[in-house]
Design a protein around this ligand. Structure first.
Ligand code: PAF
Length: 284
């Protein structure tokens, strides 16, 4: 496994492989890898001849008062995990390499980025799509792998890849959870022991929504109010509780069911100083 900092070196390494007909799988990450990332890497390993994992804490996707500086970093451990998982290349660029002086180009997906997390982190998705587009241009992967935990991100990236004819297969892998249901996230490292004990309530509230929908409740306001009751006990602040159509991320007021009948139930809450997001898909 090679750890590569230079954009041109990664381009050359992967380009050489592609010329020989080798497929490339890319797993974009911000590092501090956990089982969720490893599930993406394992799938990429299974499906491709060459696997590249990018580790880049992308300043463009953090708002001015967000946790860019504090975001956990541990390249040594990440490299050990990647090596064990059979990764060929870690791409670990400097901020200056990705955004040199004079950098002025941003990729913005409209429509899908205005609600849910986009409402509370207005510049976030533009930062995500910009860096992912850059990573795609650098690695030119055949396939890329993302987690369902960041459901809105996954939908936005799929849209971008399709709209810009990138010709890259976007694979979305299921959320990996701790035994008590908490969705794995690098940010879980911020939780104090008390907060960690409270955090699984986020998933419990999603399960409550699923149970209510499955037992025939059709009024999303009522479902959200039951979730709010449960979350209010542990959450310092609720950014949003949303029940949306997973195709266009529009809020659903009355659940209809029907042929497709899929709903995305998504939440973002603050447990102390830590913002947690989670979601589940429910078939109405
Ligand atoms: O999901 C993440 O870790 C990041 O948003 C991503 C996709 C690597 C872009 O920086």
């Amino acid at each position: 496994m090679k750890i590569i900092r230079s954009i041109s070196t990664l381009k050359n390494e992967l380009g050489r492989g592609k010329k020989k007909g080798r497929s490339v799988g890319l797993v974009p990450t911000m590092g501090y890898l956990h089982e969720g990332h490893l599930s993406l890497i394992r799938r990429a390993r299974k499906e491709n001849d060459l696997v590249a994992v990018s580790i880049f804490v992308n300043p463009a996707q953090f708002g001015p008062n967000e946790d860019y500086k504090e975001y956990p970093r541990d390249l040594r451990n990440d490299a050990a995990l990647c090596k064990r998982a059979g990764v060929d290349f870690i791409f670990y660029p400097a901020v200056k390499a990705m955004y040199p002086n004079g950098y002025s180009t941003y990729v913005k997906v409209e429509g899908l980025t205005g609600n849910l997390c986009g409402k509370f982190r207005p510049s976030h998705f533009c930062g995500v799509t910009t860096v992912v587009a850059k990573l795609f241009n650098i690695a030119k992967p055949d396939a890329a792998y993302f987690g369902q935990k960041d459901a809105q991100q996954a939908i936005v990236i799929k849209r971008m890849a399709e709209d810009l004819d990138m010709g890259i297969t976007i694979n979305i892998m299921p959320t990996v959870r701790e035994k008590d249901g908490l969705a794995m996230s690098s940010r879980n490292a911020y939780l104090s022991p008390d907060e960690r004990r409270a955090a699984p309530t986020v998933y419990r509230a999603l399960q409550l929504a699923r149970d209510l929908i499955k037992s025939g409740n059709r009024d999303t306001a009522k479902i959200k109010s039951e979730m709010k009751k449960m979350l209010s006990v542990v959450a310092a602040k609720i950014d949003y509780i949303s029940i949306v159509n997973p195709e266009d991320l529009k809020e659903v007021k009355k659940i209809k069911g029907g042929a497709k009948g899929k709903l995305l139930v998504a939440v973002a809450v603050w447990i102390g100083e830590t913002r947690l997001i989670d979601n589940i898909e429910v078939k109405a």
